[in-house]
Write a protein that binds this ligand. Structure first.
Ligand code: PEP
Length: 264
């Protein structure tokens, strides 16, 4: 059961480089139990985790064996299918592990690995080719915000990322202001809504109203159990990409359960 706008809210936990495969199994098992105990209805809020690559097979096996209603994905993908690309992971491999999603263009990859808009676009195309839903991350730095305002950089990044995307594509967009990631200083719901609305207009312009209406736009940046409700009340925010708080079981479960503990 999706929200009134037809978009199923998505709460996605980006573990970054945390939890090995044994810790991953324990975490996903406890998360599923805790949400089940709390009678979380997964048909009203989808829950996804993004473990490190080395955990994916273990997470896949657990989820399949116990039929857990949690989906998962990779934190990055190669633009290439196979070949001499040491250290890279093909979308074909992620697909074979039953990943549903893949995070692309996270600000840590753009900054620490110098990923360009062109590389992000190539990775988005690779993800779609392998039936993975790309979660395309866009967001401005504090300096961008001061110089260009909140929307200019995320809008430009989204335009670039959609270069090879056609109108039938299933994608998710994550607006993550870089200044809000891991800083404890989240954007306000109004700020997130303002940029999310702009991003949705770009989707409408480039991919048509239908895709724009169906595409989920997440907010990310210091999301916690005590601020998620404000974001979820905004009409253009359809979920959250959660970093630090996704590693705390109780906190993450409470973010997933935002409808219950805050009465949204
Ligand atoms: C992220 O890394 O995508 C993120 C949003 O991190 P945090 O929630 O820790 O700010």
């Amino acid at each position: 059961m999706a929200a009134l706008n037809g978009r199923l809210p998505l709460i996605a936990g980006n573990w970054k480089m945390n939890l090995d495969h044994l810790q991953a199994i324990a975490f996903v098992q406890k998360l599923a139990w805790s949400l089940k105990d709390a009678r979380h209805d997964f048909t009203t809020v989808e829950v996804a985790v993004f473990p490190p690559f080395t955990d994916l097979r273990s997470v896949q096996t657990l989820i399949a064996a116990d039929k857990l209603p949690i989906v998962f994905g990779g934190q990055d993908v190669s633009a290439h299918d196979s070949g001499a690309y040491t250290g890279e992971i093909s979308g074909a491999f992620l697909s074979a592990l039953e990943c549903s999603y893949v995070i692309i263009g996270h600000s840590e990859r753009r900054t620490l690995h110098n990923e360009t808009d062109e590389q992000v676009a190539a990775k988005v195309s690779a993800a779609l080719k392998h039936n993975l839903v790309p979660i395309i991350c866009v967001g401005e730095t504090a300096e961008d915000l001061e110089k260009h305002g909140p929307s200019a950089v995320p809008v430009a990044q989204l335009r670039a990322a959609l270069a090879g995307v056609d109108t039938a594509a299933d994608i998710v967009v994550a607006y993550e202001p870089v200044w809000a990631i891991g800083s404890g200083q989240a954007a306000t719901p109004e700020q997130a809504e303002q940029v999310a609305a702009q991003l949705r207009s770009v989707l409408a312009e480039l991919l048509g109203q239908d895709v724009a209406g169906k595409t989920r736009i997440l907010y990310g940046g210091s999301v916690k159990a005590n601020n998620i409700a404000g974001f979820m009340r905004e009409p253009n925010v359809d979920g959250a990409l959660v970093g630090g708080a996704s590693l705390d079981l109780t906190e993450f479960a409470n973010i997933v359960r935002y409808q219950k503990h805050v009465g949204v």
